[in-house]
Design a protein. Structure first.
Length: 437
């Protein structure tokens, strides 16, 4: 059994980017095309070329952001880059002896990077925006560390009330440099005020800013096991069905799914000496009346032992970092298992499990909680602590037994009671339908 972290091809919504981003990106690309078309003119008239290039990279690069009447988000990022690219191109062609690197290798690389930056900006902003819809999922775990940051960033991009520049929010795009040269990577920087006296008043922490590197987003995009900045909570129905099917506790019959008869408690022996499951007579009171009905007994301890191995393997997979863990495991714990964990006394032994039964994501962050410390889910060797896995397995199994096995058994009993009640009604009706005088 394997856990597949939710992942679907990302649509880069350049056509649906927020206005300030969409207009800006289109302006960058159009400007780049215009610069290429005017390449000959740039060579003939250097002064005009500088001005044309500057305009080509600058005009329409960004509308004001929420009343931010400065140059626009992308204007500031690309200011002067057109002039710099044009100057490098002229130097490489007309005065290569001025290049600081052998054969103008570094300078040519800079021109290539500068020409590619606009497309990278489109990709980065589009990719980031493609991760925002997860915020609207009903089962997303709001305890995830990035949830508040993404919620605030989404409000800024969508121009929601309370997220504008007048409220202290702003966004910038920075083209990263090292030793005076562009690296090709970019950073999206969201800024917001920090109001400690207000609930969720510091969406970007005390520093008031959140930096997102283009290479970080690219890593998420290229990782087939990644679902983005936030993880979707695994659907419990799918998890339970997988356990039921692979363990063969439930089997398909012509009447639908049912618990395998091998898990029925045995009564007498048949003529072949085989254990013969027999229904047990039970009594249930309903509306002041006692109703007798027959119901089979299932060996729930045997079922629990059977599914235990499959659940254990599933937990190993969910915590495996190579397939998106442990965030997916923590998300399911918080959204699905926390209510069950709250009633499990063992959870109190772990400082990273809160009073409401939820688990702290930072318990899996080795930069915050070092492996081997009480606040970490990992042992000193970097592996998941055995006691953490045992707790997770116990709570997972308890939840499976309550929501899947016991629920099925209760439904079967309800059907049996309903059948008995109907028979009683039929008998009463028949006794009242005697021959007329």
């Amino acid at each position: 059994m394997s856990y597949e972290n939710p992942n679907s091809p990302k649509y880069i919504p350049t056509a649906h980017l927020s206005k300030e981003v969409g207009d800006a990106m289109l302006g960058v690309v159009e400007g780049q095309m215009k610069e290429k078309e005017e390449a000959e003119q740039l060579e003939k008239d250097l002064l005009k070329a500088d001005r044309t290039a500057e305009l080509a990279w600058g005009v329409g690069l960004g509308e004001d952001f929420q009343g931010q009447q400065q140059e626009g988000v992308l204007n500031r990022a690309y200011e002067g880059t057109g002039k710099r690219a044009a100057a490098l191109q002229r130097m490489i062609k007309d005065q290569p002896e001025l290049c600081k690197s052998e054969n103008c290798r570094v300078e040519m690389n800079q021109v290539q990077i500068l020409n590619g930056l606009p497309d990278k900006s489109v990709e980065m902003l589009g990719t980031f925006e493609s991760y925002l819809p997860i915020l609207e999922e009903n089962n997303v775990d709001k305890n995830q560390p990035l949830y508040a940051k993404m919620r605030a960033a989404s409000g800024m991009i969508k121009k929601l009330n309370g997220f504008g520049s007048k409220d202290g929010y702003s966004v910038d795009l920075v083209l990263n440099e090292k030793d005076g040269n562009y690296t090709g990577s970019q950073e999206l920087i969201f800024k917001a005020p920090c109001k400690k006296d207000v609930a969720d008043g510091c969406p970007f922490g005390e520093s008031g800013e959140w930096r997102i590197n283009s290479e970080t987003l690219k890593g998420y995009e290229n990782n087939p096991d990644s679902s983005g900045l936030l993880v979707s909570t695994p659907e419990w129905g799918e998890q339970a069905t997988e356990v039921s099917t692979l363990s063969k506790v439930f089997i398909e019959t012509e009447n639908g799914m049912t618990i395998d008869p091998s898990f029925l408690k045995s009564g007498d022996l048949d003529e072949n000496g085989e254990a013969l499951p027999l229904p047990i007579k039970k009594t249930r009171k309903w509306n002041g009346e006692d109703y007798d009905y027959l119901s089979y007994e299932y060996d729930t301890d045997k079922i629990r032992a059977k599914v235990g191995g499959y659940i254990s393997a599933e937990i190993d997979t969910m915590f495996d970092k190579s397939v998106g863990g442990p965030e997916s495991a923590i998300a399911m714990w918080n959204k699905t298992l926390a209510s069950t964990a709250k009633d499990t006394k063992e959870y109190k032994d772990f400082p990273f499990i809160n009073k409401d039964g939820t688990m702290d994501y930072y318990a899996a962050d080795t930069s915050v909680n070092k492996p081997g410390t009480p606040g970490s889910i990992y042992a000193k060797n970097g592996e998941l602590k055995p006691e953490v896995k045992e707790l997770y397995k116990k709570v997972y199994t308890d939840h499976y037994m309550d929501t899947t096995v016991k629920e099925f058994i209760n439904n079967e009993e309800r059907k049996a009671i309903a059948g008995t009640m109907q028979l009683a009604v039929n008998r009463d009706n028949k006794s009242n339908d005697g021959p007329m005088d």
